[in-house]
Design a binder for this molecule. Structure first.
Ligand code: SAH
Ligand code: SF4
Length: 347
């Protein structure tokens, strides 16, 4: 539990209980979320109040390590919340936007073999405050981005550690916090949740946050291969997944994304591309091809550039919009699927 777990009403209750007027809570909330300020920086609040806050509602946002890559435009933070959870968050600056990749769980129970987070298993669920507070770290870190990118966070993707739909309520509430106009005031259209295909979660997200974007990690276009790569496919096979995404699209009127890690000799064949074309067309989805990032627990390798280009061509020729993702932050193990908290390596 951190101060970031408290909403405006709960903060007001605490502070009024200490004898301060209600508007102090508003100031505090705006400072915590709108300015990403530390208590030390909240000079508009009385010193006695700041001392009491530090004492009774500690920030609990401890940066264990920070690393940078890509000439400073990619930054990875290893964050500890209280005694309990350690997670990784990645900030990526581009010419026109700054995207933060947040974690929803410490580790993950979904067991995708090619993913470093999956290889470590589930260590614990994050609270809504812990998920949202990663944006506070990011907002601070964004001030150090090079001049070639904006210096404030514009987008957030739930593509860090963990499966957001397996920690649904915290994910939902963290999104509400990030969108709050009195705080961070992020646009819902600038938030994307990535799921491995947890069907009930897709349905709930459409109902709770119809403006938020959806990315679904497919990696295979037939059940046999997908059962191997993504074990939850046994629970929610492709036909059910497709039905849920269709419902989501009808409700949100947004274009879903299909994520596909390109794994050499495994899911990068012409046949898989051809099977994907009709699925992506029916869903009117955009396909993101991610060259697989190597991980310690898997011998799988990324597909060659030529193979990725051919795969992308088959999709394009079939009328499917495709992007080949860059491999940002690979050398600091900050890329998709590489997040894996290891205290031994923090030092
Ligand atoms: N659990 C969610 C979100 C976190 S994973 C999900 O699976 O969608 C974020 C993205 O990284 C997913 O698209 C996932 O499939 C992808 N990914 C996992 N391991 C990877 C790897 N080794 N190389 C490239 N992408 C990977
Ligand atoms: Fe979990 Fe996503 Fe990694 Fe699968 S790819 S193990 S769902 S984090």
């Amino acid at each position: 539990m951190t101060v970031y777990d408290l909403g405006p009403g709960e903060l007001a209750e605490r502070i009024e209980g200490w004898g301060y007027p209600r508007y102090r809570a508003k100031q505090l909330y705006a400072a915590l979320w709108g300015r990403a300020a530390t208590y030390d920086e909240m000079t508009d609040l009385p010193t006695a109040l700041r001392d009491r806050l530090a004492e009774e509602l500690p920030e609990h946002l401890e940066i264990l390590a920070e690393r940078t890559a890509d000439d400073g435009s990619t930054r990875k933070g290893l964050i500890r919340f209280g005694e309990q959870h350690v997670v990784e968050t990645v900030l990526m600056g581009y010419r026109d936007r700054v995207t933060v990749c947040v974690s929803s769980q410490a580790g993950c129970a979904m067991g995708c073999g090619f993913c470093a987070t999956g290889q470590m298993g589930l260590k614990g669920n994050l609270t809504a405050g812990e998920i949202a507070a990663q944006m506070v770290w990011a907002a601070r870190a964004a001030r150090h981005l090079p001049p070639s990118t904006p210096r404030r966070v514009t987008n957030v993707v739930f593509m860090g550690m963990g499966e957001p739909m397996a920690n649904y309520r915290a994910t939902r509430d963290s999104i509400s916090r990030l969108l709050d106009p009195a705080g961070m005031d992020l646009g819902a259209r600038h938030v994307t949740v990535s799921t491995v295909g947890v069907v009930p979660g897709i349905r709930r997200l459409a109902a709770d946050h119809p403006q938020v974007g959806l990315a679904v990690s497919f990696h295979a276009a037939d059940d046999e291969l997908r059962n191997d790569l993504v074990p939850v496919n046994r629970l929610w096979p492709l036909a059910e997944l497709e039905a849920a995404i269709t419902e989501w699209r009808n409700r949100t009127h947004r274009r879903p994304s299909i994520e596909w890690a390109m794994i050499d000799g495994v899911n990068d064949s012409d046949r898989q591309a051809s099977l994907l074309v009709p699925i992506a067309r029916r869903l009117r989805a955009h396909v993101n091809l991610i060259p697989m990032n190597p991980t310690p627990g898997s011998t799988s390798r990324p597909s060659s550039r030529r193979r990725i280009a051919t795969f992308a061509d088959i999709l394009r020729n079939g009328g499917v919009p495709v992007t080949v993702r860059d491999t940002r932050g690979r050398e600091i193990e900050a890329a998709c699927g590489q997040l894996r908290w290891e205290l031994a390596r923090v030092g």
